[in-house]
Ligand binder design. Structure first.
Ligand code: PEP
Length: 249
């Protein structure tokens, strides 16, 4: 049976004291043995997060990683630096990075490979824009986002990938995909994994949902057969809401 994964994406939020307080609260959330909680703070809070969560089952993710190994890349942070710190996951392909920083498939695949070289699991985000859904091209868009990136990996490498389906029109908008829309896309993605790899790989792959997932809609979404948890933005900053979401599985 697949675990449920609940990942908090703090984005560029919180001051140092607020981060410390939220981490202390996160450390006390009761979780089932079948639930994995992950938190992705800004780079500057990674060491603090790993420290504060060291005695818990909560894992820590970076929100990004450099596509390069090391060298003259001012402002970048390498996978090897993250791994040495104890970071276990990295979010790659978030729509905000695709949109604001023009991250394309080639760059994303380089980032994925840097992570895998350093035993960092990848939370790989895919998602369509509203105009693409409205023109009924959403399935083709998601397929292309997978085919040109994670589907280039070997079966062994792909075992370290978690897919996050995040319709761009749902991120931070308060408009959540319906359970029907989300489950339909998750089942489609799992079918693509069967085609590319095989059924065993597909059954082992975690596919989580992101996009205005909150304390009210989480349980309905997580009850769907192919939805293995959530990537939570806004609602992960409020401990009461995030606790409810974690308990929704
Ligand atoms: C996200 O940024 O990954 C996200 C899902 O954000 P929100 O929950 O705020 O829509």
């Amino acid at each position: 049976m697949r675990k449920k994964i609940i990942a908090a994406n703090w984005k560029m939020n919180l001051h140092v004291a607020q981060a410390g307080e939220l981490l202390a609260q996160l450390a006390t959330i009761p979780t089932h043995a079948t639930t994995q909680v992950i938190v992705a703070p800004a780079y500057v809070y990674l060491a603090q997060s790993i420290n504060q969560l060291s005695h818990t089952t909560v894992h820590v993710a970076s929100q990004d990683v450099s596509a390069h190994n090391n060298g003259a890349y001012t402002g970048e942070v390498s996978a090897s630096m993250l791994a040495q710190l104890g970071v276990q996951y990295s979010i790659i392909g978030h729509s905000e990075r695709r949109q604001y920083y023009h991250e394309d498939n080639e760059l994303l695949l380089n980032k994925i490979n840097r992570c895998l070289e350093h035993n960092i699991n990848v939370l790989f985000c895919v998602g369509e824009h509203l105009v693409q859904r409205n023109s009924n091209t959403h399935f083709a868009i998601i397929k292309a986002q997978l085919v040109h990136t994670v589907f280039k990996l070997s079966e062994e490498e792909f075992a370290n990938i978690i897919i996050a389906y995040e319709p761009v029109w749902a991120i931070g908008t308060g408009i959540t995909a319906t359970t029907l829309q989300a489950q339909e896309m998750h089942a489609y993605i799992r079918g693509l994994i069967v085609e590319r790899y095989n059924n065993i790989v597909a059954q082992h792959t975690h596919i989580i949902y992101g996009g205005s997932c909150n304390a009210i809609n989480a349980s309905e979404l997580f009850a769907c057969a192919d939805i293995d948890g959530g990537l939570i933005g806004g609602a992960s900053l409020k401990i009461e809401d995030f606790t409810t979401i974690v308990k929704s599985v």
